[in-house]
Design a protein around this ligand. Structure first.
Ligand code: AMP
Length: 228
């Protein structure tokens, strides 16, 4: 049974790294942000309650979020463990978590603010079909136009401006540094440079946590072909 927390600023690749880790270690990936977004999209009572807060980029109340985490973790579908992403986000949530669950490690994806700015500012969304683009990784064939439907590419609502991002970054550091300190005192934290390519970051996480090396799915396929 392996239980991990993954922390990192917006754009640091938490979702990608959690998914890679969860896939072949059979961990359940729990994203508090995803659970909240699901509720907003499905117009639940909870969704109606958190919609505005989320749209403003502010944190949802601690009681509510702790309730979500507790409920999610009482569903015992995590025989091999879990990786939780987006929680805890402040000291109180960290204390709640440590009182309720023992954890094996905290993965801290470290990304300098300048790189966050570069990544977030390069995000685009097609106003026609909703496909996501990152201009750093893959530019569309025709600048400003969607490869799929030809629609206009726009910035995402939550990426907004340099100023808004600066506020979010400051808030993030203010709230999460104390959380990292709490976890560091318990010697749980491995800090990994989030700047390299995703596979390299994943490899580093595994080395630091003493886990089996990462084997991309395509290698599995090649190995199966060679064996068969
Ligand atoms: P995320 O996808 O993790 O960036 O979360 C999206 C939004 O959900 C955040 O901007 C918050 O409004 C809310 N949220 C997610 N996790 C938490 C948390 N641990 N505490 C409070 N609010 C949260």
């Amino acid at each position: 049974m392996r239980k991990y927390v993954i922390m990192g600023v917006q754009g640091s690749g938490k979702g990608t790294q959690s998914a890679m880790l969860a896939a072949d270690l059979d961990l359940v990936h729990i994203s508090v942000g995803d659970i909240l977004r699901w509720n907003v999209q499905h117009h639940t009572k909870l969704g109606a309650h958190v919609r505005r807060t989320m749209a403003a980029g502010e944190l949802v109340g601690d009681d509510l979020v702790e309730g979500i985490v507790r409920d999610r973790l009482t569903q015992h579908d995590w025989n091999y463990g879990f990786i939780i992403d987006g929680f805890p986000r402040n000291e109180r949530q960290a204390e709640f978590f440590l009182e309720s669950y023992d954890i094996d490690g905290v993965i801290h994806l470290d990304l300098p603010d300048s790189e966050v700015r570069r990544r977030v500012m390069a995000r685009r969304l097609c106003s026609g079909c909703g496909v996501d683009y990152n201009l750093l990784a893959s530019s569309p064939e025709v600048p400003g136009k969607c490869d799929v439907c030809g629609g206009e590419l726009v910035t995402r609502e939550d990426d907004t401006t340099e100023e808004a991002l600066a506020v979010r970054l400051r808030e993030y550091h203010q709230k999460t540094n104390p959380v990292l300190d709490i976890f560091r005192r318990k010697e749980y934290v491995v800090t990994v440079d989030a700047r390299p390519e995703p596979e390299q970051v994943q490899q580093e996480i595994r080395t630091r946590l003493g886990l089996p090396p990462y084997r991309p799915a395509s290698q599995d396929h090649t190995a199966r072909q060679a064996a068969g």
